[in-house]
Design a protein around this ligand. Structure first.
Ligand SMILES: [Zn+2]
Length: 472
């Protein structure tokens, strides 16, 4: 790409002759030059793609070139980029993607173009993706190399070395294959590649090279993916949290909000059994503890009684003030028991995974605080405090799982609004204690009174809702 851009620059120098010697020729070369410079910037990690959230990516403007220049159709809509990551072996003797330096939240980890894409229902994607891959194998030596790196571990062929895989999955020019397809990349092999390496993001299913090296985790998610529809369905991975040098990058292959049983079902359907730290915590550390009993009691109460009561109240909210007050008090007694059963030796991650187990109960409690008639409580402040208490724990519960998911951001937003509401109430002190770990040793504290502000992006809103809280 560098040499292509240099050649076009040369063509733009004074005195250069254009293919047809016309002003259109000059426009065409300028248009090409602009596109190549943009691609060059992207390949170095610069440009619009790398500056923000990029939920709305603009389509690439059409090149102003003569129709006969059909070769320009081969110019990709976006350049591939590999950020501060590399492939290494992890502790489970599997390949994974690791940070080569300290990475900050929001940094782009990589941009990769697809080997095959299916838009529509996931269940019907395999046959179409396999056909696309077979087709690509016939015309692209690079696709063949990349696919061969995604097949080891379940074929009789010896797996390629890490150096070979790293080289094959890096951005590089493509060439036509010089040899016949041979007997290795068969339809059956490609079905396995699709089953084990498909990404399901933004209602699309796609196969990528380097992104397939990112392993799944239910509880240590530190990267998010976005398929960029207008840019040829390239996938863009960003860091969701601060990632230390040498740490592994994790991305959830499926929605990880469900129970351990549900997550196991999903991982087994994708050809692996998840043994991530969260799954091990729930399967091996939690059972038999006081905390496990507290969360089971809480969820039994929710499943057998409280959920039905909430649904009944939902149909008659206006006359139900007193009943919903009683329901909220019962929910708070359960959530406080859940909180007080937290093992003080746990870290923030274990606390978050544990709180996740009772999330439906917390949602129910938040609903009650919104449906309440404040006059039935001693004061509005008590009610807002109860809402903050529930929401703070919910925000924490998502920190290591579906972080920045719709539900997580919704909780952050509701928490922010609750803080705003609190600033309008007469407070005896600006410290707000939530009994999360122990009644006398609160985990969260409202450090400062947030000022009402206009927030234009979800990231700003999220940052703002986190501003007022700090782990003691
Ligand atoms: Zn897991």
């Amino acid at each position: 790409m560098i040499s292509a851009s240099a050649l076009v620059s040369e063509a733009l120098e004074p005195g250069a002759e254009f293919p047809d010697g016309s002003a259109e020729g000059l426009t065409a070369v300028e248009s090409l030059h602009e596109r190549l410079e943009e691609l060059l910037m992207q390949s170095r990690g610069d440009g619009d793609l790398f500056g923000g959230v990029n939920l709305g990516v603009d389509p690439v403007p059409e090149l102003q070139v003569p129709e006969s220049w059909t070769w320009t159709l081969q110019i990709p809509p976006v350049a591939e980029f590999v950020g501060p990551v590399e492939i290494r072996w992890n502790e489970g003797c599997e390949r994974g993607l690791f940070a080569t330096r300290q990475i900050f939240p929001g940094e782009v980890l990589l941009v990769s173009r697809p080997l095959a894409v299916h838009s529509g229902v996931w269940a019907y994607s395999t046959a179409e993706l396999v056909e696309q891959l077979l087709d690509a194998c016939r015309n692209s030596a690079r696709t063949r190399c990349q696919l061969q790196c995604l097949t080891d571990g379940w074929t009789s062929r010896a797996p390629p070395t890490l150096a070979v895989v790293s080289q094959a999955l890096r951005p590089q020019p493509d060439t036509l294959p010089t040899e016949p397809l041979g007997s290795f990349l068969t339809r059956e092999v490609l079905v396995n590649v699709v089953d084990r390496n498909s990404f399901h993001v933004n209602s699309k299913t796609a196969i990528y090279g380097l992104p397939s090296m990112i392993n799944h985790s239910c509880g240590n998610v530190n990267a998010s993916a976005n398929i960029l529809d207008p840019l040829g369905d390239a996938i863009l991975f960003r860091a969701e949290t601060e990632i230390n040098a040498g740490s592994e990058i994790f991305f959830p292959y499926f929605k990880v909000s469900g129970s351990l049983h549900r997550r196991r079902e999903r991982s087994e359907a994708m050809g692996f059994c998840c043994r991530c730290e969260r799954c091990r915590f729930e399967a091996e550390i939690l059972p038999g503890t006081k905390a496990a009993a507290a969360s089971k009691d809480a969820m039994d109460a929710f499943d057998n009684k409280l959920r039905d009561e909430m649904q009944e109240l939902r149909d008659q909210p206006k006359e139900a003030g007193l009943q919903s007050t009683m329901l909220l008090q019962e929910i708070l007694s359960h959530t406080r028991r859940v909180a007080s059963a937290i093992d003080r030796a746990w870290g923030e991650r274990e606390v978050a995974w544990y709180l996740h187990l009772a999330l439906p109960l917390y949602w129910c409690g938040v609903w009650c605080t919104q449906e309440q008639d404040p006059s039935l409580w001693k004061c509005t402040l008590t009610l807002v405090k109860a809402r903050c208490e529930l929401l703070l724990q919910m925000v924490l519960a998502w920190e290591y799982t579906d972080r920045h998911s719709y539900d997580h951001l919704k909780c952050c937003y509701m928490l922010y609004l609750a803080f705003m509401e609190m600033t309008r109430l007469p407070l005896s002190s600006n410290h707000f204690w939530v009994p999360l770990v122990h009644h006398e040793v609160p985990l969260w504290r409202l450090e400062e009174t947030p000022e009402p502000a206009q927030h234009t992006t979800s990231t700003e809103l999220y940052a703002s809702s986190r501003l007022g809280t700090r782990l003691c």
